[in-house]
Design a protein around this ligand. Structure first.
Ligand SMILES: *[C@@H]1O[C@H](CO)[C@@H](O)[C@H](O)[C@H]1NC(C)=O
Ligand SMILES: *[C@@H]1O[C@H](CO)[C@@H](O)[C@H](O)[C@H]1NC(C)=O
Ligand SMILES: *[C@@H]1O[C@H](CO)[C@@H](O)[C@H](O)[C@H]1NC(C)=O
Ligand SMILES: *[C@@H]1O[C@H](CO)[C@@H](O)[C@H](O)[C@H]1NC(C)=O
Ligand SMILES: *[C@@H]1O[C@H](CO)[C@@H](O)[C@H](O)[C@H]1NC(C)=O
Ligand SMILES: *[C@@H]1O[C@H](CO)[C@@H](O)[C@H](O)[C@H]1NC(C)=O
Ligand SMILES: *[C@@H]1O[C@H](CO)[C@@H](O)[C@H](O)[C@H]1NC(C)=O
Ligand SMILES: *[C@@H]1O[C@H](CO)[C@@H](O)[C@H](O)[C@H]1NC(C)=O
Ligand SMILES: *[C@@H]1O[C@H](CO)[C@@H](O)[C@H](O)[C@H]1NC(C)=O
Ligand SMILES: *[C@@H]1O[C@H](CO)[C@@H](O)[C@H](O)[C@H]1NC(C)=O
Length: 514
């Protein structure tokens, strides 16, 4: 509400928006007071009057608790800057739908790009899950969650194959220009007043299930899901899933199948367009797996059965099915049994097609095509193979996962980046030589090894160029060469990890990192 209030009151009470610096610039500069550790980390929270959402529980309880648990001044400073980042900077607008007076909407930007990604917004909110309780107040965290879910439902109902979206018309905020997308050829066509970019990524669809089950799990608020457009959105998603389940490059008689989605872009980057005039590389039918044209990095897949996205979808179908069950099926055509069944089909597909043997050990492939080709790698963006237990798909002690993890965190993974600044998984999005702290965070979230966790924390602390924010990627030999100064999701995820360690490994947080 704060952002809304400030923009409404600004002309009256003289808090000109211009007085709040653009966080895009603010995040590249150092601000006092500096942390008292060797890294001399900047303070990066905006002035309280410029923050976009006020959550007293975070200020009065969580931050003091973590301050007590984390005596190291640099580690605490990084938490203090990073964890509130989405609330501080990314709630661009919060309000109501024009056609239903009490339907909350939250437009949550990814950070440095003025658009809302389905994946990012679901994950930005997930960081605050430990703080979420049932609450009908419009000032509550629960209301922010509901607003994101309602807006995502609207986006999915109009453009289910798109990944990033424009502000809702109710906000009065002008749509952002996306020069990279202006010449895209996409089928089905879309409206650029509501869509920012239209790359079809399976995990974007799964992200809607993720935030839905996250909200339900924490609040038990089933009534919310029976109002507005949630059931309609799930029904629509199921039509898409059925289309995708039946899809393959060729019909059984050899004819090329009509694809439900095609995309081409003129670009000098191979990962920005799809081969075969927008179809992508051929994939075989009846595998149980669902195709994804792009990865969670927004890069094109090489083989379209992206295993981590299928893992994510399987788990979140299972996690969302109880909502459908609790709604008693009265208004729905999709049943919880259908959701569980689709998840089981995907799980069988992963077991049958997604596992390959490397050096005598079974490992999960990043991508397969159903013909026998497999891409052995990982990409830092979640869903990744490294994150499979974090996604809830499998137990961290799963043998195939442990084999996969060992391979991915070694030079057998073509996108494992090494260097004196930080060693972590990267990806083609920023290219060889750039490691992603997000992958170090996931490594910590999936580890029980105190030495490994401590080492990763040290690397993350060393990778902020003194700015005290989590960057997207860093040159492993030069920490001043980094990408994205304002990447809210990664910041929130870092905080989520600190809260996880506070429960699981308080002795690690009690250490000095000086
Ligand atoms: C900390 O960084 C600031 C800004 O770069 C600098 O002015 C200050 O001297 C540094 N302090 C120490 C102790 O290094
Ligand atoms: C609901 O959220 C509001 C705003 O954060 C807070 O003031 C209030 O205490 C919360 N109520 C409950 C029951 O948690
Ligand atoms: C939408 O597309 C039209 C026609 O290509 C273009 O003139 C306009 O600038 C685009 N709008 C945005 C927000 O990109
Ligand atoms: C595109 O979306 C805008 C905003 O939602 C709407 O006003 C406009 O009518 C839409 N255009 C078409 C052709 O559907
Ligand atoms: C929330 O998730 C946890 C762990 O997966 C589970 O044990 C619990 O029963 C869930 N709660 C609800 C209300 O679904
Ligand atoms: C494929 O698309 C073409 C052109 O849109 C259409 O004429 C044809 O009937 C479609 N074929 C199938 C099998 O749906
Ligand atoms: C579903 O049915 C149960 C048992 O009849 C009832 O307690 C519950 O309120 C119903 N839920 C909804 C959302 O209607
Ligand atoms: C724990 O992690 C350290 C550092 O990565 C590694 O050297 C060690 O072998 C690991 N221990 C076990 C039991 O895996
Ligand atoms: C972090 O940087 C400090 C100071 O340069 C160095 O002593 C330490 O070994 C680094 N830690 C890691 C894990 O790289
Ligand atoms: C490190 O990166 C910065 C920023 O890109 C660049 O200006 C500098 O020259 C690089 N340093 C070295 C030693 O390559």
């Amino acid at each position: 509400m704060l952002v809304h209030l400030i923009s409404l009151l600004a002309p009256l009470i003289g808090i000109a928006a211009a007085q709040c610096p653009d966080y895009l610039d603010y995040a590249t500069l150092k601000h006092q007071p500096y942390s008292e550790g060797v890294r001399n980390l900047s303070y990066q929270r905006p002035d309280p009057a410029c923050r976009t959402f006020d959550l007293p529980l975070l200020e009065n309880k969580i931050i003091p608790h973590v301050m007590h648990a984390v005596p190291d001044p640099d580690l605490f400073r990084l938490f203090l800057n990073a964890y509130p980042n989405t609330l501080d900077t990314a709630v661009r607008w919060k309000g109501y739908a024009a056609d239903s007076a009490d339907e909350e909407l939250t437009f949550l930007v990814t950070g440095d790009i003025d658009a809302m990604w389905l994946r990012d917004s679901a994950n930005q909110m997930q960081s605050y899950l430990p703080l979420l309780t049932a609450n009908s107040s419009v000032d509550s965290l629960a209301s922010l969650f509901r607003g994101v879910i309602n807006l995502q439902a609207r986006y999915l109902l109009t453009s289910p194959y798109c990944n990033a979206f424009q502000p809702p018309v109710e906000s009065g905020i002008a749509p952002a220009q996306n020069p990279s997308a202006s010449e895209d050829h996409v089928f089905p066509t879309y409206n650029n007043s509501s869509v920012f970019e239209c790359k079809y990524e399976l995990d974007s669809l799964a992200a809607f299930l993720q935030i839905s089950s996250d909200y339900y799990n924490a609040t038990g608020d089933v009534a919310f899901f029976g109002k507005y457009h949630w059931v309609e959105a799930i029904n629509h998603l199921f039509e898409i899933f059925e289309t995708l389940s039946a899809a393959a490059t060729y019909e059984p008689d050899g004819r090329v199948q009509n694809s439900s989605y095609t995309f081409t872009r003129v670009s000098n980057r191979a990962t920005e367009t799809l081969s075969n005039d927008g179809l992508g590389n051929p994939y075989r039918g009846e595998t149980g797996l669902l195709r994804s044209a792009f990865r969670p990095s927004d890069d094109a897949t090489i083989y379209q059965y992206l295993i981590p996205a299928n893992m994510m979808l399987a788990h979140y179908l299972e996690a969302t099915a109880p909502i459908m069950l609790a709604l008693n099926g009265s208004t729905c055509s999709v049943t919880s049994a259908q959701m569980i069944q689709l998840a089981a089909t995907i799980r069988r597909g992963i077991a049958e097609y997604g596992i390959v043997t490397i050096g005598g050990k079974q490992v999960y492939a990043y991508e397969v095509d159903g013909y026998g080709s497999a891409n052995i790698m990982d990409d830092a963006n979640i869903p990744s193979l490294l994150s499979a237990p974090f996604l809830g798909y499998l137990d961290v002690n799963d043998e195939v996962y442990q084999n996969t993890r060992a391979l991915l965190l070694s030079d057998r993974n073509p996108y494992f980046m090494r260097g004196p600044v930080i060693s972590a998984v990267g990806g083609p999005h920023n290219g060889p030589g750039y490691a992603w702290p997000m992958a170090s965070i996931v490594r910590i979230l999936t580890s029980d090894n105190d030495t490994e966790i401590t080492e990763q924390l040290g690397m993350i602390l060393n990778s902020t160029d003194g700015l005290g924010l989590i960057h997207e990627s860093i040159n492993t030999f030069n920490q001043t060469d980094y990408t994205r100064q304002w990447f809210s999701w990664a910041n929130g995820l870092f905080g989520q990890m600190i809260l996880d360690l506070q429960d699981r490994k308080p002795q690690i947080l009690a250490q000095s990192f000086q």
